[in-house]
Structure formats: C-alpha cells, structure tokens
Design a protein around this ligand. Structure first.
Ligand code: HEC
Length: 154
C-alpha cells in the first residue's frame, strides 16, 4: 500500500467541489423560500411517492415494504403550527370536511398496514383504493381553491 496517497493535499480538490455544491444548494434553497413554498406541498409530494412505491411493492408481493410504506403514509408529517393556522383559517367552517378526508386516509393507511402484516393481498388492494379515494376527495374538493389562495394560481 502506498501511504503517500494519504497526503492531505489530495483531499483539497474534493473539498473545494463540496464547498461549491453546498453554495449552489444554499442558493436554490433561498430561491424556493422567496417563491413562498408551503410545507404541505413537500408532505404531499412525499405521500405521492410512497403511494407509487406501494403499487410496485404490491406487484412484488413485498408485504414488509408495503407495511412500512403504509405506516409512513398513516403518520405523515403535519405542516408547522403557523402554516396549520393559516390553512385552518382559510378553511373556516370547511375545516371539519378537510379533516374528514385526512382521517379517512389515515384509517385506510392503518388498515393497509394490518392487511400487509397478514400478507392479505386483496385486503391491501382494497385499503389502497380507500386511501386513494380519500386523496382524490380532498383534492377535488379543496386543491383548486387552495392553490388559488396560497399561490395565486388561476
Ligand atoms: C385533507 C386534504 C388532502 C388529503 C387527504 C390529501 N391531499 Fe394531497 N393535496 C392537498 C392539497 C390542498 C394539495 C395542494 C397543495 C400543493 O400542491 O401545494 C395537494 C397536493 C397533492 C400533490 C401535488 C403536490 C405538488 O407537487 O404540488 C400530490 C402528489 C398529493 N397531494 C398526493 C396526495 C396523496 C397520495 C394523498 C393520499 C395518500 C393525498 N395527497 C391526500 C390536500 C390533500
């Protein structure tokens, strides 16, 4: 083994690249903040990916993967308190309807955990349909107005 390779100078170039990449990451993070992104968007994107992974796992009959994905969906993050207050204020009397869809998705995700643990494929698929129905229900009812209100989208 040639120990001269461990010369600290050889770390210099990678370190510079890392510093450069970090500065790009920081700059783009600042852009996102400037565009006023809400935490809910990231939470939704994550759930969307998890639901896609569930469909792949169903094809592979990978019950343990389904069980852990469903548990993640059931315990998804909430927006930080100030954003939650903003959303609930905007919802006003509609808040209970919004919460109803959310509860329905949690209950069905928990049912999917149970079915996956029992390797009950038909049960998993039935729970999957119920979750998607809750996602769709909330999206159809609230998404358009939400985007208009918080992002001024037409
Ligand atoms: C209680 C209401 C509610 C439920 C339940 C809900 N969503 Fe959403 N979802 C929203 C709202 C509001 C938006 C718009 C937010 C945005 O795009 O910034 C949204 C947007 C999304 C988006 C688009 C994100 C983007 O890139 O703009 C995805 C993907 C998504 N949801 C996936 C899901 C999945 C999967 C489920 C079910 C597991 C789900 N949602 C359940 C309210 C809900």
């Amino acid at each position: 083994m040639n120990f001269s390779n461990l010369n600290p100078m050889s770390f210099r170039v990678p370190a510079l690249i890392i510093v450069f990449l970090l500065s790009i990451a920081t700059a783009s993070a600042q852009t996102v903040t400037a565009e006023k992104s809400m935490a809910l968007k990231g939470i939704m994107e994550k759930m969307g990916r998890e639901m896609q992974l569930v469909t792949q796992a169903i094809s592979k009959e990978d019950w343990s993967a389904i069980s852990s994905l469903a548990a993640q969906i059931a315990s998804h993050d909430e927006p930080p308190p100030p954003e939650k207050v903003q959303i609930l204020t905007w919802l006003g009397p509609q808040a209970s309807k919004f919460r109803g869809f959310d509860n329905q998705s949690h209950q069905s995700a928990n049912a999917m955990v149970q079915s996956a643990n029992q390797k009950d494929g038909v049960g998993v698929i039935s729970a999957f349909a119920k979750i998607q129905t809750a996602c769709l229900g909330c999206h159809q009812t609230f998404r358009k107005d939400y985007l208009q209100h918080f992002y001024s989208k037409p």
